[in-house]
Ligand binder design. Structure first.
Ligand code: OTD
Ligand code: ZN
Ligand code: ZN
Length: 350
């Protein structure tokens, strides 16, 4: 069998990205827009992006931060809170917002404003069902008594399945799935009975298992939420990612934190992958002998799921080694990428 050394794919999109705000925007947008035509911008700012008005202002700051001549398109989602109403959903729809994001309160970085009880936003959820507004879900329960490695699997039974049954028209994206249970739940979901379901998968969850966090010492740059799981889960994620099933698509969850807040006695959660996301995904697909499935996952299925047109541009990747920088100077801080200082097997051409 011949080995592909160069692959050209339809330009990909990132269906789950954190770019924060302020001075660091231009560098972060530069990294992302060198590979991706569009990205869904996560609303977990402080304070969170909860209204159409706030989303449009944030979108404008991102557009202003693009490199000259860039046509990169930020797609905005709003942060669902206990106080989100049907009116918020209607206004969001009018403003071109592509979804609402459910963070169970306390689940991840800046999620304190998240939903404490889904019953509190039921009018919003009913409106989302009726106007076809998708719900993006951080799928972990947050009770301190549930083991951190079990939080996603427990969420499926305790929250996700009841949610989909209560709102059978709701379109759901199970974000950054990390377990065999989530992969199989999405793969096997009966969408003739309940709303459509998709899932995003990060590069780190395709490439690493939980050993990466502890190899030879604590490795804070491999700490993200949901946390890396056992090898059997990584294998199950690769299996669905390369399966050609359009329910699974790319979402980097690139989540930059400054070096000092990661390398800290209480380090922040998040992996920075925006600079090298596509080479990382190429490596994961290559290792599974499935480079021919990368384009569907990275460039087609997300757009199809969100009902948006596929991109017309192209991206070319080449099997060419490069060293990942040890850190990036971004505004007045340093950001350390995933696998900093080590080799990357693939490069972007051009
Ligand atoms: N996970 N870090 C962050 C968000 C994600 O759950 C997520 O989407 C972040 O820093 O915003 C992380 O580990
Ligand atoms: Zn999340
Ligand atoms: Zn995220």
């Amino acid at each position: 069998m011949s080995v592909a050394n160069t692959i050209e794919i339809c330009q990909p999109d990132d269906w789950h990205l954190h770019v924060r705000d302020g001075d660091i925007l231009p560098d972060l947008i530069l990294h992302t827009s060198s590979q991706f035509a569009r990205a869904i911008i996560m609303p977990n700012l402080k304070p969170p992006v909860t209204t159409a008005e706030l989303a449009l202002a944030y979108k404008q700051r991102i557009l202003d931060a693009r490199p000259l001549g860039s046509s990169f398109e930020p797609l905005m989602v709003l942060y669902l809170t206990d106080n989100t109403t049907a009116e918020h959903v209607k206004n969001a729809k009018k403003a071109g917002v592509v979804g609402f994001k459910l963070y169970p309160a306390g689940a991840t970085t800046n999620s304190d404003a998240g939903v404490t009880d889904l019953a509190k936003c039921s009018t919003a959820l009913v409106e989302m069902e009726s106007c076809g507004m998708p719900l993006l879900v951080h799928g972990e329960v947050t009770h301190a008594d549930i083991d951190i490695f079990d939080r996603e699997a427990v969420f499926i039974d305790q929250v996700l399945e009841p949610l989909r049954k209560n709102y059978p028209g709701l379109k759901v994206i199970f974000e950054h799935i990390t377990t065999k249970q989530a992969a199989h739940y999405v793969r096997d979901a009966d969408t003739s009975r309940l709303g459509a379901i998709g899932a995003t998968i990060t590069p780190q969850h395709l490439l690493y298992n939980r050993n990466a966090i502890f190899s030879g010492g604590v490795r804070p740059h491999y700490y993200c939420l949901p946390i890396l799981k056992r090898e059997e889960h990584r294998v199950a994620l690769v299996e669905v990612a390369i399966s050609g099933n359009p329910r699974f698509f790319l979402g980097t969850d690139s989540a930059p934190h400054t070096k000092d807040t990661k390398e800290n006695a209480c380090g922040c959660a998040g992996c920075y992958t925006a600079w090298h996301a596509m080479p990382l995904y190429a490596e994961a697909f290559d290792a599974a002998n499935a480079l021919d499935r990368l384009e569907g996952f990275a460039s087609h299925f997300g757009a199809d799921f969100y009902g948006l047109s596929r991109n017309t541009g192209k991206l070319t990747l080449k099997r060419q080694q490069q060293v990942i920088p040890k850190e990036f100077s971004i505004a007045d801080s340093k950001v350390v990428p995933l696998r900093a200082g080590e080799m990357l097997a693939w490069s972007i051409v051009g």
